[in-house]
Design a protein around this ligand. Structure first.
Ligand SMILES: C[S@@+](CC[C@H](N)C(=O)[O-])C[C@H]1O[C@@H](n2cnc3c(N)ncnc32)[C@H](O)[C@@H]1O
Length: 257
């Protein structure tokens, strides 16, 4: 047991694609790691995996030696195979086992790092999975979280807009929840992420929208206006980018007028 206590795991937010969004803290942490852990989920995950490695390589000090330990997870949840909750639970168990194996590959007193897209505290399962790995007590390690610039911060900055006006609230939600719950009357501003199915198309046309796809990345696309006037343009852009890349990362802010 005592031998495991020197193991340290960084969870490093690396920003949402713009290399300039790597913080000084992230660069410092990256230069302390012996092992970079990569979790490949297939599909867009493979492209993001390469982007993560490029970001690392770009900021490692010359002569800093590290190795990469990689694990591949099943790419896509098979929604047809059983109840949704069961497939989520199976996916989760697979991840917990894979993360435990990665950490167990660390030598005594070695430091590893999970590189998390954007910020690790926003729509990312790494911290919860590490809690589960620790609860199982099969491997002991210390965790340090390094915050990153989220896709929300990147989007708001590119549009030069604040997420809320004075005294207003902001709801952060997913496309799935937007479709299910709509926008509660008490909410002034909504940030929507993970909108695979275009749930925003049902939003009232009076809302203002600031939209961005692949923000900070080479194929970035931005649009703003009222939902009514921007709906067609954003739908076209979403389709074009999805055709071009085969997948899409977009985020948008909606504001009640
Ligand atoms: C699993 S979440 C990860 C969020 C991430 N932890 C963060 O802090 O931004 C993935 C979602 O983040 C958003 N996203 C990530 N990178 C983005 C980017 N460069 N431009 C626009 N949206 C992005 C999209 O809504 C995407 O569906």
């Amino acid at each position: 047991m005592a031998a495991d206590q020197g193991r340290k795991v960084f969870v490093i937010g690396i920003g949402a694609g713009d290399p300039e969004h790597l913080t000084v803290g992230a660069v410092r942490a990256l230069n302390e790691v012996d092992v970079v852990f990569l979790v490949d989920k297939g599909g867009p995950g493979s492209e993001l995996r390469d982007a993560r490695l490029r970001l690392c390589d770009g900021v490692m000090e010359p002569g800093h030696r590290y190795r990469v330990e990689e694990v591949e997870l099943d790419a896509v949840r098979n929604r047809g195979a059983g109840p949704y909750d069961e497939s989520i639970a199976a996916l989760r168990a697979q991840r917990v086992a894979a993360y435990a194996a990665l950490i167990a590959s660390l030598g005594e007193d070695e430091t590893g790092a999970f590189l998390v897209w954007g910020d690790p505290t926003l729509y990312d399962g790494t911290l919860a999975i590490l809690d589960e790995v620790r609860a199982k007590a099969s491997v002991r390690f210390e965790v340090e979280v390094v915050p990153g610039i989220s896709s929300i911060a990147a989007l708001a900055a590119r549009h030069g807009v604040a997420l809320n006006r004075a005294g207003e609230n902001v709801l952060i939600t997913s496309g799935r929840r937007l479709a299910k719950d709509g926008i509660p009357d008490s909410v002034d501003n909504v940030v929507v992420m993970l909108d695979a199915h275009g749930a925003w198309e049902d939003v009232d046309e009076d809302f203002a929208v600031w939209w961005g796809a692949f923000v900070g990345m080479p194929n970035e696309s931005l649009a703003r206006g009222s939902v009514g006037t921007s709906r067609a343009e954003i739908a076209r852009e979403r389709e074009r980018l999805r055709d071009e890349k085969g997948w899409l990362f977009d985020t948008f802010l909606l504001r009640r007028r």
